[in-house]
Design a protein around this ligand. Structure first.
Ligand SMILES: [Zn+2]
Length: 415
């Protein structure tokens, strides 16, 4: 098990005395906590475990850097390794020579969020907590519902009453207790902070419980292992609340501290132009974001006030990366480009990672010959309405005759 040696507030640097505190008592939920490990010991344990052919290929092989017991109970669903695909240079967009796609849609409930959920559920199982609660309308809620179903735990999900119905279908099938709240996502979020301790449930709302970032960092650990511990020039990922990019940074910083990688690659945070609170803060040189009124088709990254904003801004600053905003039409275009060059079908917010890379290459801020990784956060099947629109819609049916088929194919070739 990774021995956590300190829990430090990201806003004021204090170390809360209560080991169960989810955030800094002085700063409130904005004062999210960093977990620090004995990195020398973790590096030695990692090298030993990864070289042992008997070590199973799940996320728990990185347990020396995770806040879970060595042999504790685990959720039965396996997370990772997700595929890392190299797009052949002749098919890659914008002349990219070494574009890698890390396909996180291939996790058990088809999104990156399974990485955070697996550690949160393992911790709940270890401590005998009967279930978890979260406020979310999308992938985090679905992920929690699936892992709780597999582990025999209670899952309570608070959603704003206006939540899009397709996002709810999957979690209803998993048997989660779905509670619509008459209000906004932010209302549901604040209610979740009060409700979890009252109900004796662990909190899985994104961006506050530090254990979630520890789960998210397994993507960085796995990625570096897949690349033979040779960091790429940059890693690009979509950003809403900011907890994926900060989790990736935490994983890279831990690996660097443990002597496993020689440097930390640049992190590129990609935001929809209509939901760019962190890009604005980064341009102003601020340490924390201010709330905006977000509006974008990419609902997974539509956020007024990023809940893990401080850590996300730090991740980009300390990795010498950048934030970049892209209009919605470029997100949908990138969804097609990604699917057609790599075979990876991603939701629009996941394809933002590629849209950001393309924007930076066009501006001359990223060398197309350098190795770059686009991390896609969820399957395109999560949002079929957007996918149908991006793909140009289904053409009308033809008569079942060879003549009609040949005529249609000729017409489409000309079109
Ligand atoms: Zn604090």
């Amino acid at each position: 098990m990774g021995t956590v040696v300190a829990r430090t507030c990201v806003a004021c640097g204090a170390e809360p005395e209560d080991p169960a505190a989810l955030w800094c008592p002085s700063c409130g939920p904005e004062g999210t906590l960093d977990l620090s490990y004995d990195l020398e010991a973790a590096g030695a344990a990692l090298r030993r475990d990864l070289l042992d052919p008997a070590t199973p290929l799940d996320s728990w092989r990185f347990r020396a850097l995770l806040p879970v017991a060595d042999e504790g109970p685990r959720p039965p669903l396996r997370v990772g390794p997700t595929p890392l695909l190299l797009v052949p240079a002749e098919r890659a967009p914008a002349g990219l020579q070494r574009l890698w796609v890390k396909d996180e849609g291939r996790n058990p409930t088809a999104s990156f969020k399974d990485r955070a959920t697996q550690v949160a559920v393992a911790s709940a199982l270890e401590r005998g907590v009967p279930g978890l609660l979260c406020a979310s309308t999308g992938n985090a809620a679905t992920s929690l519902a699936g892992f709780c179903a597999a582990s025999g735990l209670r899952a309570v999900i608070l959603v704003p009453a206006s939540a899009p119905r397709p996002k709810l279908a999957q979690l209803l099938c998993y048997g989660a207790e779905l509670i619509p709240v008459a209000g906004t996502y932010d209302d549901a979020f604040d209610l979740s902070l009060a409700a979890a301790p009252q109900l004796g449930l662990d909190l899985r709302s994104t961006g506050v419980n530090p254990i979630l970032g520890e789960g998210k960092k397994t993507a960085a650990l796995e990625l570096m292992e897949q690349l033979g511990w040779e960091p790429p020039e940059a890693i690009s990922v979509s950003v809403g609340d900011g907890c994926i990019i900060s989790g990736l940074y935490k994983g890279l910083a831990d690996l660097y501290g443990a002597g496993m990688i020689p440097r930390i690659p640049r992190l590129i945070g990609v935001q929809a132009a209509g939901s760019d609170a962190l890009t604005q803060a980064w341009e102003r040189g601020d340490d924390a974001p201010t709330a905006i009124s977000a509006k974008t088709r990419a609902d997974s990254i539509s956020v007024d006030l990023p809940r893990d904003g401080r850590k996300a801004l730090r991740a980009v600053r300390e990795s010498k990366g950048c934030f970049v905003r892209v209009p919605d039409e470029d997100l949908l275009k990138a969804q097609l480009t990604l699917a057609r060059c790599s075979g990876v079908f991603s939701e629009p917010s996941g394809a933002a990672s590629l849209a950001g890379i393309l924007a930076l290459v066009e501006r001359g801020e990223l060398d197309p010959a350098a190795p770059v990784v686009a991390l896609t956060t969820g399957s395109g099947l999560k949002d079929t309405d957007s996918a149908l629109e991006a793909g140009g819609g289904v053409p009308p049916a033809i008569e079942p005759s060879l003549d009609a088929l040949l005529a249609r194919l000729q017409q489409q070739t000309r079109g």
